[in-house]
Design a protein around this ligand. Sequence first.
Ligand code: ABT
Ligand code: MG
Length: 147
Amino acid sequence: MERTYLMIKPDGVQRGLIGEIISRFEAKGFTLVAGKFTQLTRELAETHYGEHKERPFFGELVDFITSGPVFAMVWEGENVIKSSRTLIGVTNPIEAAPGTIRGDYGVHVGMNIIHGSDSEESAKREIDLFFTSNELVTYEKTLKQWI
Ligand code: ABT
Ligand code: MG
């Protein structure tokens, strides 16, 4: 079963959106397999966002993502990587469709509420970066047959 890494960013935590965001993924039919409330070190943030190292916004991005606690999660389900990106909305919240998390709650591209892995490779890399294998809980949901 496919897994993805989602992370409620410091703005989402400060705005009190943890519960609302978790509810959306639960209601969609995905399964939470790991969760951690933590604050990123600069080193971890620079590794996580390594692909943007040469971009002009990299410094601000690392400042922002390390500025307060985040809620890191692993979710499981059919096509959960792509579907999560759809539920989250496009990178710039001003362009994100209403009904998406960024479309409903965000304004600024540098503070866009939540991160979601963008490919199978990123998901694997990011899950390994934030969680040890024994923090991932595997279990059966009895409701699964209805989704
Ligand atoms: P993430 O889920 O955070 O990776 O965002 P997403 O994949 O939608 O978009 P990318 B391109 O990966 O952006 C990473 C972070 O960089 C911020 N950003 C991006 C800017 O601040 N300015 C820009 O011009 C661009 C393209 C948005 C993302 N995070 N935040 N916070
Ligand atoms: Mg990205």
